[in-house]
Write a protein that binds this ligand. Sequence first.
Ligand SMILES: [Zn+2]
Ligand SMILES: [Zn+2]
Length: 164
Amino acid sequence: MQIYIQNIRQGFSQFTEREGLTFLREPYRSVYNGPAHITVDMERKRRQIRANITLKMTVQRVCDDCLTEFSESIELQSERIIVIGANELSEDVEVITLPADAHQLDLAPVLGEMIVLNHPMKILCKPDCKGLCPGCGADLNISECSCRNESIDPRWEELKKLLK
Ligand SMILES: [Zn+2]
Ligand SMILES: [Zn+2]
């Protein structure tokens, strides 16, 4: 998403865009490949801009445990301060410094960072997903498989009672 600096007026303004996040690198690019709805709320005071960025999209995911495909709606939010014509680069990652003669603000790096930071370490279709049986591969969310039933021997059930 590119915003022309001259279009950012003093005070409050809002920019919206619907775009594909084609700048993402793999493995994110093939996951977050739907259109993203991006809203940027800005407050400008001379050469300083506060930007509140919201990204909404629907993502197709595959459960790590049972391999079921499902879609998930995500909403990510981040804030940045943009300083135009700063004398020195800021070390604060929340601050974007632009040269005084900059024409455009490119939000692709910020959007990419939001996606990568919020990408789940483990993807589950539901918090209590039972996964696939390691023995026969049956989806244990749908039914118990026969190898699971075999392991429940009545004698073991008796032993369990004794151990309580
Ligand atoms: Zn699952
Ligand atoms: Zn099984």
